[in-house]
Design a protein around this ligand. Structure first.
Ligand code: HEM
Length: 145
């Protein structure tokens, strides 16, 4: 759990810094390769969706969503963000989450599940932290209360 705590500390730092953060340029595919390419992204998203669907603190929010669609869209987004050269075809983070009424605590639970999923698939802590630095600044687009 030490690495989970470290990752959470980095996440907090990233959230605090997000107001003035610039997106890490994705001209390199090094993060995509660290995650294991397309099969690695697929495994990671599968574990993330398993965990959020099994987590009673946030599973209710997913009751009306289509798991297969979500898997496909999040895989696409992760591939694009990690430098894998995919084009994300889903809605914006604001548009897709605005009707859900997600609060800050629920966002943090989702991030905890992401960290646990990254542990499940055996990603190294520096790789986990690169991923958290990408998604932490999206908090304000996802949370709306
Ligand atoms: C940075 C964090 C997050 C990322 C990168 C992310 C990514 C995505 C993506 C790519 C989609 C699909 C968009 C589309 O339908 O076109 C989506 C939808 C969804 N997300 Fe997230 N998400 C995040 C945080 C959260 C959190 C915190 C929750 C709830 C606790 C959540 C719940 C959902 C649900 C329920 C949908 C389906 C909405 C629908 O079917 O209309 N997401 N998310």
């Amino acid at each position: 759990m030490r690495s989970t705590r470290l990752a959470l500390a980095i996440l907090l730092g990233a959230v605090l810094a997000s107001a003035c953060a610039t997106r890490e340029p994705r001209s390199s595919d090094s993060l995509y390769r660290e995650v294991g390419g397309a099969p690695g992204v697929e495994r990671l998203v599968e574990r993330l969706l398993d965990r959020v669907h099994e987590n009673p603190r946030i599973s209710g929010l997913f009751a009306n969503s289509d798991r297969a669609d979500l898997q496909r869209l999040i895989e696409e987004q992760f591939c694009a963000e990690f430098g894998g050269g995919c084009t994300y075809t889903g809605r914006s983070m604001e548009e897709s989450h605005s009707g859900l009424g997600i609060n800050h605590a629920e966002f943090e639970v989702f991030v905890e599940d992401l960290i646990l999923a990254m542990e499940d698939v055996g990603l190294a802590t520096p790789t986990q932290n690169r991923i958290l630095r990408i998604f932490a600044p999206m908090r304000d687009e996802v949370v709306d209360r």
